[in-house]
Write a protein that binds this ligand. Structure first.
Ligand code: NOJ
Length: 713
């Protein structure tokens, strides 16, 4: 056979292979995705090995110079990660994008990424606070606004939501997740993905979302960031993986591999989790980006001998894009199979096409002036911040401060603090933040005089304390989760004035507030509330908003009790699994929060107390607003599977509803709980619905509530 005919045969074989791949890939896909996959194949078939590696590389770029322009021309940059807020504007993005489109050989657009976590310019409360609203629609809307603002600056892709379930308040990044519960993280993850990506992620005001950090990062040993994680298969499948599955089902287009080592295999080289579970079992069609230098860090983990080994191991395991180090450029075609490289590039092109970057690579430069930090966005930030605040104590109805002649002293290190936007402030600016003092002064009822010092005229003290933005977040773990410094003593000292003390806490994690509970008349969690923090506090403190936030993490009574979480298992000696002289009972339990009104729960009805394994448990209760003010109550549904083929937690959240009730009003709240939601993983890790008796609660929080039972026959 001549060389020509061998080449021809090889070409035909390649075409057949590609066609087979495209057919396989396009089974059960929408018509529009079929077109995308065709385009993917067309582009891929024309790319060189070096161009493919370029697509698999993300560079941190915070200034334009000749080197970066040349790298783009050479097709070496698939994505740009922006970390400096002063750098990126739509016109800067367009300038760089133009080089990629017009001057690189393949003309593949760059995808611009940035950490848009709890807002972009308009900063919302931190994610942990947002979850305390128990309002998925609100969280979705916050993500949608963040997407609108960020995309107006040229960003295409956010590294959010973070859905690392964490039960360790020492870990600084607990601020970024949606609390200690898997079901809540699933619910908010889906909401957030839909908020960022919208119905059509290609719309100009949407962002590609990224589920992070896959997986188990929230279980860092000792709460120390990046530490080893030892996670049983049961915890992995029951606790840590489900929020990611919810995000994939909601359509998230990217996933970030985590820094941590899981049971001896680092997440960034964990083929079982990245390929077998995420890509194969769950059918995730998008791409996996490593975390910052996480590929290179395989050397520190002792999992790779050198940087080439690290790159090969990560890409073979299922990472598709390397963040920051540029390690992939060292690869040569014979180090790694074409199949692995092509799979990665297909996924990268797929996401770029889904985002519409090939059709519309540039950002409309007129958008930013109209669409960022608008009155409407600020209003939403104010509403979200107010709804995320949690009232922990309110002795003698100290709050709200009503319309009577009062002098209110707003004091403490957070009274005038502008840096209350959390660890990730994105493009948020301190000068745009309404401080507590400003908020309370500007919105004060006519007879209320707001001052910044305690004098003999003071009637009430608002003590603003908390954690500075850099005492939580990435690489900011704390071994003692009391209020930092001497703030607790300072509050105690305030008692000498003999005036009611309202302690407002600006926190990024659950704290031990044992002294504050004792020394304050009212205790209000403001978290890091964002741009509109001061106005939102005014709404709550003056009673324009009746607080409705409830905790999504348990607040321990002692740092030594960590981990504290509501859905632990019972043990064989439940009375004795405690400390010598103290109970590990949380100071404030998961699900807890007060209102200015009161609610009573009655008439629990289990409409279907016996169901089969395909049935639905229908349960209802009456909730009455027994106070004089309208208010919203977050009603929670918990179950306990009493006996099973594997043990179950003492309580598991299975639903929640926000109920707005006028003073004196009663409403019936109903939940339908399909038996399928009660499926457990048996000893072979297969999901099954097991017959038996279950307890069920309709409850105001995780430690009280109306209790009943039902049976699966
Ligand atoms: C490291 C963080 O772990 C991750 O969450 C973030 O998205 C990247 N840096 C990029 O900034």
């Amino acid at each position: 056979m001549s060389l020509k005919s061998i080449e021809l045969l090889a070409l035909m074989a390649l075409i057949m292979l590609l066609t087979a791949w495209a057919e396989q890939k396009t089974k059960n896909v929408s018509e529009s995705d079929k077109l995308i996959y065709q385009k993917v194949e067309d582009v891929l078939s024309r790319m060189t090995f070096e161009e493919k590696i370029g697509q698999m590389s993300q560079k941190v770029v915070n200034k334009i110079d000749e080197k970066i322009k040349q790298d783009i021309r050479d097709g070496k940059i698939g994505s740009i990660l922006v970390t400096e807020k002063s750098f990126l504007t739509a016109s800067v993005k367009n300038e760089l994008q133009k080089i990629a489109i017009e001057e690189s050989r393949m003309g593949i657009p760059i995808i611009f990424g940035h950490d848009v976590i709890n807002g972009f310019k308009t900063i919302f409360p931190i994610s942990l606070a947002q979850s305390c609203t128990w309002d998925t629609a609100l969280v979705k809307e916050c993500a949608a606004i963040a997407a609108k603002e960020a995309s107006a600056f040229g960003i295409d892709w956010t590294f959010a939501p973070m859905v690392d379930v964490s039960r360790d308040a020492r870990w600084g990044r607990i601020a970024e997740c949606f609390g200690e519960d898997t079901y809540l993280n699933e619910s908010f993850c889906a909401a957030s993905v839909k908020g960022f990506q919208g119905n059509n992620v290609a719309d100009e005001d949407r962002l590609v979302s990224c589920l992070k950090h896959f997986v188990g990062y929230g279980n860092a040993l000792g709460g120390r960031d990046y530490q080893y994680t030892d996670i049983s298969d049961r915890s992995m499948y029951e606790v840590y993986l489900p929020p990611y599955k919810a995000g994939v089902d909601a359509g998230a287009l990217t996933v970030m591999s985590a820094f941590n080592d899981i049971n001896g295999v680092p997440a960034t080289a964990n083929k079982k989790l990245l390929t077998s579970v995420l890509k194969e079992k769950w059918g995730f069609p998008g791409f996996v980006v490593s975390d910052w230098d996480a590929v290179e860090q395989l050397l520190n983990h002792g999992y790779a001998a050198d940087s080439i080994d690290a790159a090969v191991k990560s890409f073979n395991a299922g990472v598709d894009m390397e963040m920051k180090s540029g390690i992939a450029y060292q690869l040569k075609p014979d180090y790694i199979s074409a199949k692995v490289i092509n799979d990665a590039v297909r996924r990268l092109l797929y996401v770029k096409l889904k985002k519409g970057l090939f059709n519309k690579p540039y950002t409309d430069e007129s958008r930013a002036s109209r669409e960022v930090l608008t009155a409407e966005h600020r209003q939403m930030a104010r509403k979200t911040a107010a709804e995320s605040m949690v009232l922990l104590e309110n002795k003698n109805q100290t709050l709200p401060i009503k319309n009577r002649s009062l002098t209110v002293a707003v004091v403490g290190s957070f009274a005038k603090e502008q840096n209350i936007m959390g660890w990730w402030k994105s493009f948020g600016d301190e000068k745009d933040v309404i401080t507590t003092f400003q908020g309370l002064k500007n919105n004060a009822p006519s007879k209320v005089n707001v001052v910044d010092k305690i004098t003999t005229l003071t009637d009430i003290i608002i003590a603003c304390v908390g954690e500075e933005f850099d005492t939580f977040g990435e690489a900011h773990s704390r071994s003692d989760i009391n209020l930092p410094g001497n703030q607790s003593d300072w509050i105690k000292q305030l008692k000498k004035y003999g005036k009611p003390i309202v302690t407002v806490v600006f926190n990024g994690r659950p704290l031990v507030l044992t002294p504050e509970k004792e020394n304050s008349d009212a205790l209000l969690l403001a978290w890091h509330p964002g741009t509109e923090g001061g106005n939102a506090l005014a709404d709550v403190i003056y009673g324009v908003k009746n607080p409705s936030g409830k905790l999504t993490t348990s607040f321990p009574s002692h740092s030594g009790h960590i981990p504290v979480f509501y859905n632990a298992r019972n043990s064989g000696r439940p009375q004795s699994n405690t400390y010598i002289k103290e109970l590990p009972t949380p100071l404030y339990p998961f699900g807890y929060g007060l209102s200015y009104t009161s609610f009573s729960y009655s008439d629990l009805k289990i409409i279907s107390s016996q169901i089969d394994i395909n049935g639905i448990v229908k349960v209802s209760a009456k909730i009455t607003n027994t106070g004089n003010l309208a208010g919203t109550e977050v009603v929670q549904l918990y179950v306990r599977d009493l006996v099973g083929s594997t043990t179950r937690p003492i309580k598991e959240l299975k639903g929640f509803k926000r109920l707005y009730l006028k003073a004196g009003e009663t409403q019936e709240v109903k939940f339908d709980l399909p038996a399928s939601e009660l499926a457990v993983l048996n000893q072979d890790f297969e999901p099954i619905v097991e017959k038996g008796t279950f307890k069920i609660w309709i409850a105001a929080n995780s430690i009280e509530g109306l209790e009943g039972s039902f049976e699966i026959k």
